[in-house]
Design a protein around this ligand. Sequence first.
Ligand code: WAQ
Ligand code: MG
Length: 268
Amino acid sequence: MPNILNSLRMRAECEGKHISGAERLLETADLGTAAVELIERALNHPRGAAEKIYLQVDPVPARQVATGTLPDLHNHQVGSWQQGRKLAQQLLEAAGISRSAAIKALQTLAAGAAPGGNSMRGAMLIDAASGERLEADQARGVRVSRMDLSCAARDRLLQRLKEHGLNNSHVVEALTLAAKVIAAPGVLAELCWSDDPDYLAGYVASPQLGYRRINHLKPVGEERGGRAFFIDRSQVELGELVSWLEQAPLLIDQIGAVHPPQFCQGER
Ligand code: WAQ
Ligand code: MG
């Protein structure tokens, strides 16, 4: 590793609405290519063409960078988004989240977790026992940053995902983000589905369950998506957790297994 890596962040807006965002951790030689890719993504986004694009680059001393591992991917196939949300609730309960907190988080994401019923730019923090929302700003939320795959790990992951028809940027980025979130002190689980109207998949992730991909968590055309991180408040101080998620650099150099699809029985 060189002495310095770079945190590259992109955020794009159209008419004040958040369109897309991304975060990478890269060597300087790879910065230009990645920045162009992110600008192109923002300009051709299914949520709308960006009017304002913010790019930020911050140096990160390599000695501060921890290394990490991706969770195993389990691929649950459900027949409807309603069935998907039921499964998400069950997985959250299996991860130690109270039923009421799981149901409340699902309902809040479905209704648009930001003021006015929009999607947030970042994630909600949710007390895993009470279901209380803990993030300071309900429009911004907490944005996990300064994480990426090493080049070798990315190549291996793409190869492995390709065997299952899952080699798209949503899966790669979501696995990377979830790896950092479930490694965080005091985080019991994460719930996510996309805010892109044409991308219906989401997941529940936890240290024990791994990354539980669910193919349908919302209806086609739905732009309300987001993330919820479930916290055990007895394990961690909130400010410490937020600064770890936003600031601690993590380079993932080990990938996990990718399991074949598992079909969910029962009512659609
Ligand atoms: N930190 C915290 N929250 C974030 C971040 C971040 N860095 N990036 C996005 N979010 C939140 C924000 O509220 C977005 O509205 C929401 O997540 C969804 O973001 O097939 O594509 O980038 O296995 O639209 C998951 C399934 C796809 C992938 C997730 O999310 C699969 C996805 P998107
Ligand atoms: Mg999106």
